[in-house]
Design a binder for this molecule. Structure first.
Ligand SMILES: [Zn+2]
Length: 231
């Protein structure tokens, strides 16, 4: 069934561009998610590889999360990307706001980036209480100089150094690494949790419960990661 997606995208591109990458496009594409097919507006510097990564990422995520994505923008112009963002926060690789995911088109975009940004979209639609509850669990770990902790981020109970930015990024990297581990077989999550203190493993178990209750992960993924926390 999943083979249909790249094939349908391929057909679209043959029609639109004679199979070359499209430097600037604005078009609706139907992508499959956990529920069925849904329409996503694609804008910017898009190519077959990026569409395929997007399609595979959305298909891996549950429908309740994937259907939040209404548009995906690929652009190298930071001012253009910033126009999608209401705040003054700096764009790093990508950001998510109100149904639109934006990516810096000069960067390599991986499936884990799709998981990360969709997690932001979904979490933004939940009660503010969720991020507060998460932050309260984490304690005083968030800091602007997260780059100083690339080698030992796990000491703080996060699964990626970028999770040290704030609770919302922590939620996004946790969701990202859970899907990366459970769906794509990447071991970064297992490595990080194996180095957590017993206290942080306990906190991770409670964070997993939050992700399960808010339907960001299903029972199967919850149980698979729970095992890592109990070892
Ligand atoms: Zn983020």
């Amino acid at each position: 069934m999943s083979r249909i997606i790249p094939l349908s995208i391929l057909t679209l591109f043959i029609i639109l561009s004679g199979c070359h990458s499209v430097p600037y496009a604005e078009m609706p594409v139907f992508l499959k998610d956990g529920v069925g097919w849904h329409k996503v507006r694609i804008e910017g510097e898009v190519n077959l590889f990026r569409l395929r990564i997007l399609a595979e990422g959305l298909e891996t995520l549950p429908g309740n999360m994937a259907t939040r994505v209404q548009a995906v923008v690929y652009h190298t112009n930071r001012e253009h990307l910033a126009s999608y963002y209401c705040g003054a926060r700096e764009i790093y690789l990508a950001h998510a706001l109100g149904g639109t995911i934006c990516f810096d088109a000069s960067a390599i975009i991986a499936k884990k980036d799709i998981y990360h940004e969709v997690a932001h979209l979904y979490e933004a639609g939940l009660s503010r209480q969720i991020a507060k509850e998460w932050a309260a669990l984490s304690g005083d770990i968030y800091r602007p100089n997260y780059r100083d902790f690339y080698g030992n981020y796990h000491e703080f109970g996060v699964v990626d150094a970028y999770g040290l930015v704030n609770a919302r990024e922590d939620i996004a990297v946790t969701v990202q690494e859970i899907y990366n581990y459970c769906a794509d077989g990447d071991n970064k999550l297992a490595f990080a949790i194996s180095r957590f203190t017993p206290e942080n493993k306990g906190k991770m178990l409670r964070k997993l419960k939050i992700l399960l209750e808010t339907e960001m992960i299903d029972q199967e993924k919850h149980d698979k990661v729970k095992v890592l926390c109990e070892n």
